[in-house]
Write a protein that binds this ligand. Structure first.
Ligand code: ADP
Length: 378
């Protein structure tokens, strides 16, 4: 006879194990993030214990609009604007900002807020979190610095290469001048050597300018920066026998850290030169566009090539750090750094590419906001 085992009942969630106010509060205090709640019109009504422990502020000080006091003064306005926009539109709130700790030091946080809606679709509350992203920010900074070092190395190699040719010419011309007894020829050799020396001096000035630039943004010509990026890549252009076409529809002046934007252009042009076959084509275009929605004018730069293109499957990874298809010669940081630099300047970067079919190629398009209209910005 088979003995029936008494059937075990699935334990039901008894009312006493449902989460009540104090337990919910305990749970919210336990999570490693700062948790907050706001009314539909944006006033704070709740913070978990992490906020109090981290900022050293009392809850009374933090409620209402008090929460924005520990925000770093350089980030406060942007965070406040993003919050007002979210409250107005009912869209998700997301912003990065430094927040002051009780000991006066600052750490980077990612703030996120979601509107909670009732049955009628109206917002009843905002739930949000602040996540400590300080370590991630530091790692990003380190990466940026290491890419800058790598680009200095690459640039040093290009400069050495560029200088080597005129130096060889000068050595030969001086040798010929020493051998020659005809004063006319000697003069001509020395004249040519002088011209070559001029080239060396020009290259040196260029590269010194590249590294001695201050970090403050200045008003610079987009066209001039593109031209100087090309000058730096001259050796590569010659090696590929590439045609570099430039179409300046309009020269715009943007307010940027010149060395950084030149680095962006040099990265993109170097990628194009790498992607094309021998005697391939790279096209650089500039224009100015006007966004009627926000009333801002933008400088547009297009860097297009007829190279091998980028496979569809990897396009979404392009701007991730370390993504490279170049094996040991690539760092996979060029596009990532370029994106960081453009973000910093409120710019954008987009890519279109075709890797199959008879006409392959890649087009990168950059936009940068122009300062308010004035005479010299055109
Ligand atoms: P790296 O050049 O060191 O690989 P990047 O971030 O500059 O790093 O580029 C990442 C990858 O994007 C490259 O390895 C390449 O596969 C692809 N890529 C970028 N630009 C182009 C281009 N113009 N044509 C084809 N592939 C490109």
């Amino acid at each position: 006879m088979v003995k029936m085992q008494p059937r075990r009942k699935t334990p039901k969630l008894r009312p006493s194990t449902r989460l009540h106010g104090p337990e919910l509060r305990g749970l919210a205090d336990f999570v490693p993030q700062i948790v907050w709640m706001c009314t539909p019109n944006g006033d704070n009504i709740y913070f978990n214990r992490r906020w109090v422990d981290y900022t050293g502020m009392t809850l009374e000080e933090s409620y209402g609009e008090g929460w924005n006091r520990p925000f770093h003064e350089d980030d406060r306005e942007a965070a406040g604007k993003a919050w007002s926009r979210a409250v107005e539109t009912g869209e998700q709130y997301q912003v990065e900002s430094r927040i002051r700790a009780a000991d006066g030091t600052y750490r980077w946080f990612l703030m996120r807020g979601e509107p909670i809606k009732g049955a009628d679709g109206a917002i009843t509350k905002w739930f949000g979190t602040c996540t400590d992203i300080q370590d991630m920010k530091q790692a990003e900074q380190l990466l940026l610095r290491s890419e800058k070092l790598a680009s200095v190395g690459r640039m040093a190699a290009s400069v050495a290469h560029e200088i080597n040719n005129p130096l060889e010419a000068i050595t030969n011309l001086l040798y010929l001048a020493k051998q020659s007894e005809d004063m006319e020829s000697v003069r001509s050799y020395i004249g040519n050597a002088e011209a070559e020396l001029g080239r060396v001096a020009h290259i040196t000035r260029q590269s010194l300018g590249f590294y001695r630039e201050q970090n403050a943004p200045t008003l610079v010509s987009v066209q001039r920066l593109l031209e100087s990026a090309i000058e730096i890549l001259n050796a590569k252009i010659i090696a590929k026998e590439a045609t570099v076409e430039m179409r300046w529809h309009m020269d715009a002046h943007v307010s940027v850290v010149a060395g950084e934007l030149r680095q962006v252009f040099a990265n993109l042009i170097a990628n194009s030169l790498h992607a094309i076959d021998v005697r391939g084509r790279v096209e650089l275009r500039t224009s100015v566009s006007f966004n009627h929605a926000n009333g801002i004018r933008y400088a547009r730069v297009t860097i297009a090539d007829n190279g091998r293109g980028i496979e569809r499957e990897v396009r979404h990874k392009l701007f991730e750090p370390f993504f490279t298809t170049k094996g040991a010669v690539g760092t996979g940081l060029g596009l990532w750094v370029s994106k960081q630099i453009l973000d910093k300047h409120q710019g954008t970067i987009q890519v279109r590419s075709r890797a199959e079919g008879p006409a392959t190629g890649t087009v990168f398009r950059i936009t940068l906001p122009l300062p308010a209209l004035r005479e010299e910005s055109l």
